[in-house]
Ligand binder design. Structure first.
Ligand SMILES: Nc1ncnc2c1ncn2[C@@H]1O[C@H](COP(=O)(O)OP(=O)(O)O)[C@@H](O)[C@H]1O
Ligand SMILES: Cc1ncc(COP(=O)(O)O)c(C=O)c1O
Ligand SMILES: [Mg+2]
Length: 290
């Protein structure tokens, strides 16, 4: 029997609703991955409500918790680390230390960094020092980097002027070290209004994917966290990067369809669980080159 992969997921937890680990853990488990959630913050709700209660985890706790797992002899079973929303740059540095620590016991461990940055126009609140940390330190250690367009713009210091320019920008990030860059959400002049688009860029090639853009009264949150988590889970389960990319787009779309049908602001992950595991829609990525 094939072994169940183990994934250490280091990102936010919200008591109510879905963002960070609260958006990604259950879907990854539903696909068949053993998830070890390590919560960087515990907030009452995600920050796009404009108010929240809760606290940021003291950075030293991150290596302490991981050493606890090492002490019971389980750390070598960790196949992947995912990082997302960070409460501070020191948490980020603690995570890079943890990735290095796990690499020492399992050189094949994969690290996916979702570089969650704050954006005033999106209402997502992240300390400014976190963006600098992600740009200057995290990107070089990540095997997979999953920015959205605003995060890609921050990495490159400019906005794109076309789809091919988005591709050039994503490709430029490969030079920093990652094996693959997944741009979870493209925005460029001339993009068709009715489509939601993503890009996958690896050393072997590049792929572009379109799915329908759904109308929401208020944009749901946690979609990026769900996207990164599902992508990494499918890679661990044996998919090629392109197959994992296509599966992720399909499963995320299913969640959004369920959420839209329910008229919910929060993602309807529990109701959509069968659709996550077995998406009925299927999107194909098209190979694209400069
Ligand atoms: N098919 C879709 N139709 C409409 N909105 C979508 C669709 N897919 C994702 N979204 C929304 O688009 C935005 C995409 O966010 P994105 O920039 O990819 O990353 P993040 O979720 O990390 O902010 C989110 O607000 C999400 O709710
Ligand atoms: C606590 C928390 N975690 C994670 C996120 C990231 O969510 P998304 O996947 O939409 O980028 C947010 C966004 O507001 C948040 O408030
Ligand atoms: Mg995000």
């Amino acid at each position: 029997m094939k072994r169940t992969p183990h994934l250490l997921a280091i990102q936010s937890h919200v008591v109510f609703g879905h963002a960070g680990n609260s958006a990604a853990v259950f879907p990854m488990q539903r696909l068949g991955v053993n998830v070890w959630p390590l919560n960087t913050v515990q907030f009452s709700n995600h920050t796009q409500y404009g108010q929240w209660a809760g606290e940021v985890l003291v950075p030293q706790r991150i290596p302490e918790l991981v050493e606890g797992i090492a002490a019971i002899g389980e750390l070598g079973h960790c196949d992947a680390v995912l990082s997302g929303y960070l409460g501070s740059a020191s948490q980020g540095r603690a995570i890079l230390g943890v990735v290095a620590r796990i690499k020492a016991v399992n050189p094949n461990v994969l690290y996916l960094c979702d570089p969650v940055m704050g954006h005033p126009e999106k209402g997502c609140s992240v300390p400014a020092e976190v963006s600098d940390f992600l740009l200057e330190e995290a990107a070089t250690m990540a095997d997979f980097l999953c920015p959205n367009q605003l995060e890609l713009d921050s990495f490159c210091g400019r906005t794109p002027h076309s789809l091919f320019d988005c591709l050039a920008m994503a490709r430029s990030l490969l030079a920093r070290g990652p094996k693959a860059v997944l741009v979870k959400h493209l925005a460029y002049p001339g993009k068709p209004d009715e489509s939601f688009e993503m890009l996958l860029v690896t050393a072997e090639g590049s792929w572009h994917l379109r799915r329908p853009l759904l109308a929401f009264p208020k944009q749901p949150v946690g979609v990026g966290d769900l996207t990164s988590g599902l992508f990494l889970a499918r890679v661990l389960l044996g998919d090629s990067l392109v197959a994992a990319f296509e599966f992720t787009a399909s499963a995320v779309h299913e969640v959004l369809l369920e959420t839209q049908a329910c008229g919910s602001y929060e993602l309807e992950l529990v109701r959509a669980q069968d659709r996550i595991a077995h998406p009925r829609v299927r999107f194909e990525a098209e190979s694209i080159s400069l």
